[in-house]
Design a protein around this ligand. Structure first.
Ligand code: 8YV
Length: 309
């Protein structure tokens, strides 16, 4: 009997290859129509209805990651193809990175590193490279899901006042983490540090644009560990260049990478990381395990560990 054929968004990591154990045949993304039993994806390129129709034998789409904005989930549901993802296991790592970025933006860590390595650093100056305080300040979190709650937990440790905005109120955020729900505009106008942890959906595309940036304090920072398209990158570059915003830290951009001539890449008050939210050995290992479990479950017609369909 031939092995199940899995269309894979290459390169597939060695960890995933080991977990697959030679039990499937990986076929490249641009494979010609023919028998394909599953799709294994890392968040890019898109998985749309056309691809599903090109491979009518699909039994499962398994995503290495929690965000499935690149998959047409409705088209998959209509075709009864389960879509697996990896929620719950990457929240801590992603919240850690959000905090690393918040501290980096507020305290000018990356700018300072660049400076300390260069010839301009000749002596200590007490009025030099002043940042914005993190401890005791107000954090505003857009998106109070699992990752947002982990960010709030870290904010508690820093003695921050926590505001959040979400489609639904979160009892856990309010009762356990002491977060206060705020309308979008109030959160924008009040927070010293804003962290985006919300999924990309038609409703959240361009969620932070020129109007929202104009509401933020000029002393505020913006951290995005969600998806790049949640923020209007041109409006953000304008605000940062004009110092209408103190700093931004972006783990995600739209597109990734940014076009080499984009103004965000030239500004000192921006920190950019290459989509590292879940990038620790431990978390990536768990993501590999869960995504492969989802894949094998779908291939054998069993319920997935985690499915969004
Ligand atoms: C992944 C992520 O690294 O889970 C997500 O939604 O953004 C990251 O953890 C990404 O999906 C690419 O694999």
């Amino acid at each position: 009997m031939s092995l199940p054929r899995v269309l894979a968004d290459l390169p597939v990591s060695q960890t995933v290859l080991d977990l697959l154990g030679g039990l499937v045949e990986l076929v490249p993304w641009d494979a010609a129509p023919g028998r394909v039993d599953a799709v294994y994806t890392y968040g890019h390129p898109p998985v749309g209805a056309e691809l599903m129709d090109r491979f009518p034998d699909l039994k499962v789409i398994s995503n290495f990651g929690v965000g499935v904005d690149h998959i047409d989930v409705r088209a998959a549901a209509e075709r009864r193809i389960p879509v697996g993802n990896t929620p719950g296991i990457l929240d801590g790592a992603t919240a850690d990175l959000a905090f690393a970025l918040l501290l980096a933006a507020g305290r000018r860590v990356v700018e300072g590193d660049r400076y300390a390595r260069g010839p301009a650093f000749t002596h200590y100056d007490p009025s030099f490279m002043l940042g914005r305080e993190v401890h005791g300040s107000t954090i505003g979190i857009f998106g109070m899901g699992r990752i947002g709650r982990q960010v709030a937990k870290r904010a508690n440790g820093f003695g921050m006042k926590v505001l959040y905005h979400n489609r639904n109120r979160s009892d856990e955020a309010e009762i356990v983490l002491g977060a206060r729900y705020a309308p979008k505009d109030e959160l924008l106008a009040t927070a010293d540090h804003i962290v985006l942890t919300l999924p990309l959906t038609p409703d959240t595309r361009g969620f932070i644009g020129a109007a929202e940036l104009a509401l933020m304090k000029p002393t505020a920072t913006l951290v995005n560990v969600a998806r790049g398209a949640v923020v209007d990158k041109d409006a953000l570059a304008d605000a940062l260049a004009a110092r209408r915003l103190f700093a931004a830290a972006l783990d995600v951009t739209d597109p990734e990478p940014l076009p080499r001539d984009h103004p965000l890449l030239t500004l000192d008050n921006v920190v950019i990381t290459p989509h590292l939210g879940s990038a620790t050995e431990e978390t990536r290992r768990r993501m590999a395990e869960l995504s492969v479990q989802n894949l094998f479950a779908g291939l054998s017609g069993k319920p997935l560990m985690f499915s969004v369909t």
